[in-house]
Design a protein around this ligand. Sequence first.
Ligand code: FAD
Length: 391
Amino acid sequence: MEFTLSDELSQLQETVRRFAREKVKPRAREIDESGDYPQDLFEDFAAASLLGLCIPEQYGGSGAGIMGLTIAIEEVAKYSSTAALMLLLTRLPTGPVMIAGSEEQKKRYLPGIADGTTRAAFGLSEPGAGSDVVGMRTRATPDAGEEGGYVLNGTKCWMSGVAQADWYTVFAKTGDPASRRHDSITAFIVDRSSPGLSVGSIDRKMGVRGVDTGELLLEDVHVPRENVVGEVGGFRLAMLGLNSMRPVVAARGIGLAEGALMYATEYVKTRSAFGGTIADFQGIQWEIAKMAVEIEAARLLTYRAAWLADEGKFTSEWVPHLSMAKYHATEVAVKASGLALQLLGAAGYMKDHPTELWYRDARQLTIVEGTSQVQLNLIGRGVLDHSLWWD
Ligand SMILES: Cc1cc2nc3c(=O)[nH]c(=O)nc-3n(C[C@H](O)[C@H](O)[C@H](O)COP(=O)(O)OP(=O)(O)OC[C@H]3O[C@@H](n4cnc5c(N)ncnc54)[C@H](O)[C@@H]3O)c2cc1C
């Protein structure tokens, strides 16, 4: 058993830590206030070769894997959940392509993500189908024309990066839209320029502002046969993609929690009260200690999940290990941001400090890519069927 990062990963951590302090930290508040997409930061990510961390070298990336991306996101999320989401979006829509895409698809769609010339987004959720993915109504009917392929109709919603994306990984039903059969759902790559595709309304969010979240409208959008990702009827691919993403979302949680706790810890050491500082109180020290334990536990779960994902262990038997990283790390982010705000008192409630921003940003994490309740369902099922067992 080895608990230290490899030399390469340590170096990556050091580089991104410096990058985050110099480039991300000074921009976080302004991104939140303006809500504008931070194109300059995206270009900085590209220049620092951070957009291709999870993309294999043969497709223009650096091949650092899920672990490399996890380590990088942890550093960036200490200051900005929006910036961390920008990195996460290099994996969420490309995951299905890397897992089951054709060689043609990988060559065509991955290098642009790695060098920042293109962006992508992931469309699974619909207004009537969030946790209940199988309830989706977006339909893919075979195109009767000479070219063949499929025609997509439907509405995807809450899609992160919808306005900035050049292409989308979209899930649709090839069978009866009312069917709850898993084999009716298929993944498609849909180009932004496709006639009939448009970006609908953009959401007004409480946090993680700057990367737009909103609707993707599909009206008779023709998708060529070669843009089907994996098998027709490959719902399993949606789940494999999400399973392998658990450590990446978890990394946003641990980074945010670390940033918030470090900030509040430095603050309590300087805040005078009752003839000393508030850091002198054991009640305060215990809160800091308990949160430090939770962060380290979440961090270990997250790193293990990243390691599992890189080993290709994201099939159903590994789900409890992956889901518990996402569950715990994102819940810890909510708790840590709440504690940090409380430790600063009134100052923590004001926009002069980043605590209220962390607090708002953290709430997203227990909802996206499978809510905490959905993760608990998956972990519970895993224990019941002995995928996770200690005997
Ligand atoms: C900021 C943001 C960005 C997002 N980005 C994307 C994106 O890029 N692409 C995308 O496809 N989606 C995206 N989503 C959507 C996200 O994945 C869904 O919100 C999530 O899957 C939950 O679905 P829902 O919101 O419809 O909640 P619902 O499914 O309506 O759930 C509501 C509540 O019921 C609980 N619940 C539901 N089912 C169960 C159950 N079986 N057992 C116990 N409790 C249950 C949930 O935990 C939740 O608390 C984003 C969401 C947000 C907020």
